[in-house]
Design a protein around this ligand. Structure first.
Ligand SMILES: Nc1ncnc2c1ncn2[C@@H]1O[C@H](COP(=O)(O)OP(=O)(O)OP(=O)(O)O)[C@@H](O)[C@H]1O
Ligand SMILES: [Mg+2]
Length: 431
């Protein structure tokens, strides 16, 4: 914490006060990076609250709150910088403890205290809570914009460094390319996205390294919704970057689900944007993701578009999801025939029956006979699945002891066994 106490004349004329906003905006505009930052100003006294908010440069996304608890209730994108500017009424121990918890819980968060009369006692408590800076009320029009701008820059650098470190740790060792698993079904609503999200989580957990989900359901992708993420960027931004796109730019387009250590390249926000993603563009993104992550999961739409066909062709494994009903099995048969026509090796396909214990008249044996393929794994139908979807946390994390989670773990182990087998040197054949 740097404590700023101005030695200059605190008096500020009305004219200066009127100009203050423009002057600070110029400062901040020269630094384009501050635009994404959220600043929450907290103060019980409405006049001081307004004065603090007005002192901040306009490019900041500024919100005013009378009490700290309302900041907790408000939702801000997890990946952006958040700065708390706390007024003189926010210095008691209870508030400072809460601030400390918030600073520890949310990466990219910082706090500045605006004090009327800084006492050693308050400053010590602020220091303990992890407050970054303290300034004096009388000079806040001059000091606050500077303090917040500097703090935002530092927090942005910290976030970028953490993202780069995460990418470095995730990268496949020894220049190997990441293993691509596409989760596919020619039928809608059979559980592709649920399987994608939970498989990615299980792989991240088992390997101790982040996993990425590439949401290729370009029109109606819901990976971000299932993980309750608010992505700032989508696959369309990555495609639009054209030749500028490299690993670090792509990293900045990903969004992270912290609890699971799963990253996502989100689907476009509007279905009409889907056509901007062509097979060549998708391949470029996939190639970069493979350089950045050991495991790449592709969630797909319920049809074989050109983009999906290309993704399947590039995949090391395909998790082919089938539900226990006649239309689903019929479509699965057609889908597998399409894979055959594409000469996609059948041994790369893992047949997964979802909601396998549903009370229907089809058995796993019926399905194996109809599809002429052995079932690799059966996932039970459990209430924890829709519940976890609504909670925005993968069932594997929220309900680790459920049968569904145990089976997903097994699916991840099957993928990892394939990865390991592929990594083994091919034995030499002696003629
Ligand atoms: N094993 C399961 N047990 C209970 N409910 C499940 C199970 N699997 C999926 N569901 C429910 O089915 C719904 C549809 O699943 P999901 O969205 O993953 O399907 P999808 O194949 O991705 O659909 P779409 O084709 O629309 O993308 C989910 O909301 C989930 O709650
Ligand atoms: Mg889906």
């Amino acid at each position: 914490m740097t404590v700023r106490f101005s030695e200059e004349d605190p008096a500020i004329t009305d004219n200066e006060a009127l100009n203050v906003e423009d002057r600070h905006m110029t400062n901040a505009e020269s630094n384009g990076s501050v635009k994404g930052a959220v600043v929450c100003v907290v103060e019980e006294d409405p006049i001081l609250l307004h004065r603090m908010a007005r002192a901040l440069p306009r490019p900041f996304n500024t919100h005013e709150f009378p009490v700290l608890d309302q900041v907790g209730a408000a939702r801000f994108p997890g990946e952006s910088v958040l700065v708390l500017v706390l007024g003189a009424s926010q210095t008691d121990d209870v508030v400072l403890d809460k601030v400390g918890s918030l600073l520890r819980a949310r990466p990219g968060t910082g706090a500045v205290l605006v004090l009327a009369q800084p006492s050693a006692e308050v400053l010590r408590a602020a220091l303990r809570s992890g407050i970054d800076d303290a300034i004096e009320t009388y000079d806040l029009e001059r000091q606050l914009p500077q303090a917040v701008t500097e703090l935002v820059q530092r927090l942005e650098n910290d976030l970028a460094a953490a993202a780069a470190e995460a990418a470095r740790r995730a990268a496949p060792v020894g220049g190997k390319k990441g293993w691509v698993t596409t989760v596919f079904s020619p039928k809608g609503g059979v559980g592709k996205s649920v399987v994608s999200v939970n498989l990615a989580t299980a792989l991240a957990k088992r390997t101790g390294k982040p996993t990425v989900i590439f949401d290729l359901d370009l029109q109606f992708g819901d990976v971000a919704v299932m993980l309750r993420l608010n992505p700032v960027h989508t696959v369309v931004d990555a495609i639009s970057a054209g030749s500028l796109l490299d690993k670090s730019l792509l990293q900045s387009f990903l969004v992270r689900h912290e609890k699971s250590n799963v990253w996502a390249l989100a689907a476009p926000t509007a279905p009409s944007e889907a056509e901007q993603v062509d097979p060549a563009g998708m391949l470029r993104l996939l190639g970069l993701l493979q350089e950045m992550f050991e495991n790449v999961i592709i969630d797909s739409p319920p049809h074989l578009s050109d983009v999906v066909l290309q993704a399947v062709a590039e995949s090391n494994s395909v998790v082919f999801v089938v539900a226990l009903d006649v239309p689903s099995v019929k479509n699965a048969r057609l889908g597998l025939q399409a894979f055959d026509l594409l000469q996609f090796p059948t041994e790369k396909v893992m047949l997964v029956i979802n909601r396998a214990d549903s009370k229907v008249h089809l058995s796993l044996g019926d399905i194996e006979r109809a599809l002429e393929k052995k079932v690799d794994l059966a996932l039970p139908s459990e209430a924890v699945v829709p519940r976890s979807v609504n909670q925005g946390v993968p069932a594997l994390l929220e309900y680790p002891r459920s049968r569904f989670s145990a089976q997903i773990q097994q699916l991840a182990d099957m993928v990892l066994a394939r990865t390991a087998a592929a990594a083994e040197p091919t034995p030499l054949t002696v003629r």
